[in-house]
Design a protein around this ligand. Structure first.
Ligand code: FDA
Length: 391
């Protein structure tokens, strides 16, 4: 019942940490309340897991202090994880923008991490309920569980965020942080579809399934990817990305024609009899989208109807379409949680809590949220590795 290290949460970060600590000769107990190992790895990337991004850098992360992740990302880089993947003979490919996916199945990564833990002598127990965590008389920690009370010198919290509660996400990590007096920043669903106000739902619901290549902006933050219209609002990679920066009440601005000078395009149709909704097919717009979008601007407009002033106004709206979402689809649909255990309370080199020696927080439970595209797993591997080296 006595271990050097107890890791709570056998997900991406927890398994990486447990294996790394075990390889150093530490006796490690890895506990998880779920019956299945690392469910989020299994469902990630459509079953093929976008397991890292070769461009991972601190400025691809949202946090009160994005600089915090520099040290861990430098100590365990995407190349380090790729080397492990290659050592285990797992085939992978780059899909786009530096995003690496398994050729076959995300299960291969789970098996890889499980094998690393086994080889490092990690004692892993699944289906274990964590009842209470506290300090013991020896200056370490005690963890009371449904299978008994365990003691350890170092306690690593890797219980992840709140997204997808149906596969085991809980707020345990945040509660442990608060129990030990560590600050937790505001928590919100992130990498999440945004929802429309009622009027916009009625207008755009028939467009569910339409996808367009756009640039989405909030302030100076911008993403060039696809937006997808859904029955409830907007989704697709561009929206998931910007959702991590969105605050309630804030407008998002969408450039619907990022590669076209809209005013010049409208000017070229100045004398035309053709309905703009039809002409917009040239720009790659599905007709039903053009009709629905132009509805607010005048669905029956023809090129010849537009004065220079109207052309300028329409072009301005095409490049700066302002959308006011009324919310998100919440943790049930979010890929991650924005916010978490404050980086102010942790060492960026080791992930140890400054005020509670021996207590570590890693992975998504920390206030570090990566962009879409493999950045969140890279944070889990990097933070798990550095804690495993030090705990
Ligand atoms: P993670 O959630 O992986 O692990 C936490 C573990 O703690 C779980 O095993 C859980 O059961 C356990 N736990 C929780 N509460 C507990 C309690 N009370 N008692 C005991 N155990 C407890 N990222 C990326 O980079 N590329 C991708 O392709 C994707 N795709 C993706 C798809 C979907 C649908 C989702 C929801 C998320 C992604 N992500 C992703 C995000 C990625 O899955 C996430 O950032 C990492 O899994 C975080 O790793 P952690 O180890 O911190 O938490």
């Amino acid at each position: 019942m006595q271990f050097d290290v107890i890791v709570l949460g056998a997900g991406a970060a927890g398994m990486m940490c447990a294996a790394t600590a075990g390889q150093r000769g530490r006796s490690v107990l890895l506990l998880d309340h779920a019956d299945k190992l690392a469910e989020k790895i299994r469902i990630s990337g459509g079953g093929r897991s976008n397991f890292t991004n070769i461009h991972a850098r601190h400025d691809c992360y949202v946090s009160d202090n994005p600089n915090f992740c520099r040290s861990a990302l430098a100590q365990f880089t995407p190349q380090h994880f790729i080397a492990m993947v290659e050592r285990h003979g797992i085939a992978y490919h780059e899909k786009k923008l530096g995003q690496l996916f398994c050729d076959d199945s995300s299960q291969q990564l789970i098996d890889m991490l499980d094998a690393e833990c086994r080889d490092a002598g990690v004692d892993r127990r699944m289906g274990v309920q964590i009842a209470e965590v506290g300090r013991n008389d020896a200056g370490g920690f005690s963890v009371a569980t449904s299978i008994g009370t365990f003691q350890c010198q170092s306690l690593v919290v890797a219980t992840g965020g709140l997204s997808i509660p149906q596969i085991g996400a809980t707020g345990l990590g945040y509660r442990i942080a608060e129990q030990f007096g560590l600050p937790v920043t505001k928590l919100d669903p992130a990498l999440v579809p945004l929802t429309f106000h009622v009027d916009d739902v009625a207008r755009f619901a028939p467009l569910a399934g339409v996808s367009l290549d756009v640039e989405v902006r909030i302030g100076k933050v911008r993403f060039r990817e696809n937006v997808l219209f859904t029955h409830k609002g907007l989704s697709g990679p561009a929206i998931l990305q910007i959702s991590s920066y969105w605050q309630p009440g804030q407008e998002i601005v969408i450039d619907l024609l990022p590669d076209t000078d809209a005013e010049a395009w409208l000017e070229a149709r100045a004398g035309s009899d053709q309905l703009l909704a039809n002409a917009m097919g040239e720009l790659g717009w599905p007709r039903r989208f053009a009709e629905a979008w132009l509805d607010g601007q005048g669905a029956h407009l023809r090129g010849r109807d537009l004065s220079p002033k109207k052309r300028r106004q329409l072009a301005e709206t095409l490049h700066n379409w302002r959308v006011l979402p009324n919310g998100t689809q919440g943790y049930k649909k979010a890929e991650v949680t924005r916010g978490g255990v404050s980086t102010k309370a942790l060492s960026s080199k080791t992930m140890e809590a400054a005020s509670v020696p021996g207590l570590y927080f890693i992975g998504e439970v920390v206030d570090i949220t990566g962009w879409l595209g493999g950045y969140n797993f890279q944070w889990a591997w990097s933070s798990g590795f550095v804690a495993g080296k030090n705990c």
